[in-house]
Ligand binder design. Structure first.
Ligand code: DX5
Ligand code: ZN
Length: 217
């Protein structure tokens, strides 16, 4: 059975006590999910290099940088050098440049992921599935934490899973991001995902450790 990995989204962490939340992820979770928003690709601004670099100093788990920015190729190098082990970019931001962005990410020995928003047909990313190290399917529209999971995302996960199987790459992990928590984790995993991003469901939980363990199943 595939191991389920939990990637707490630092966007929902306590920025006044970030070290405490970083230690919690180190102890109980699998991956640090870091949301980078530029106020242009998405109507929100999150955090940038100083925060990523500070987390990298204390993190003992891999850093997964989710770029919600235009021209992602401009910043791949800096995020790679800041300590990212995984970098994902939106297909909607790169379009026909997507293969080049994947190659650029690989040139820094970083795992490359392609991301799609809920309104982007899953077929758009099929040409890139032979190249990527993971796929990120948004289950809310990128831009804000704390939104409600869109149920139609389940069929989209299954469709990408089926295509990965068809091309002989069933091992490529599918990551799901947005509104994921203990109430829907089993459904998301059942559809074919193995990396669950969870912001509010972890950091706003009375017991984050318990929420993580529950979602791991
Ligand atoms: C949304 C971000 C998510 C967000 C998830 O644009 O990509 O990673 O932080 O937050 P929750 O789990 O609260 O929906
Ligand atoms: Zn994210």
């Amino acid at each position: 059975m595939t191991e389920i990995q939990i990637a707490p989204s630092i966007l929902a962490a306590d920025f006044l006590h970030l070290e405490k939340d970083v230690e919690m992820v180190n102890s109980y979770a699998d991956i640090f999910h870091l949301d980078i928003m530029d106020g242009t690709f998405v109507p929100n601004i999150s955090f940038g290099f100083p925060v990523v670099e500070a987390i990298a100093k204390k993190a003992t788990k891999p850093l997964d940088v989710h770029l919600m920015i235009v021209n992602p190729e401009k910043y791949v190098e800096r995020f790679a050098k800041a300590g990212a082990a995984m970098i994902s970019f939106h297909y909607e931001a790169a379009r026909e440049n997507s293969a080049a962005v994947i190659e650029l990410i690989h040139s820094y020995n970083v795992n490359a992921g392609i991301v799609i928003n809920p309104d982007c047909p899953v077929e758009s990313i099929f040409p890139y599935l032979p190249m990527v190290d993971f796929v990120l399917i948004m289950s809310v529209f990128a831009g804000f934490g704390g939104q409600k999971f869109i149920p139609e995302s389940l069929e989209r996960i299954s469709a990408v899973k089926a295509e990965l199987e068809r091309i002989g790459r069933p091992e490529v992990p599918i990551e799901v991001d947005g509104g994921v928590g203990p109430e829907n984790a089993a459904l998301v995993v059942g559809a074919g995902a193995s990396i669950l991003v969870a912001g509010s469901a972890v950091f706003k939980a009375p017991d984050p450790q318990k929420a993580i363990l529950y979602m791991k199943g």
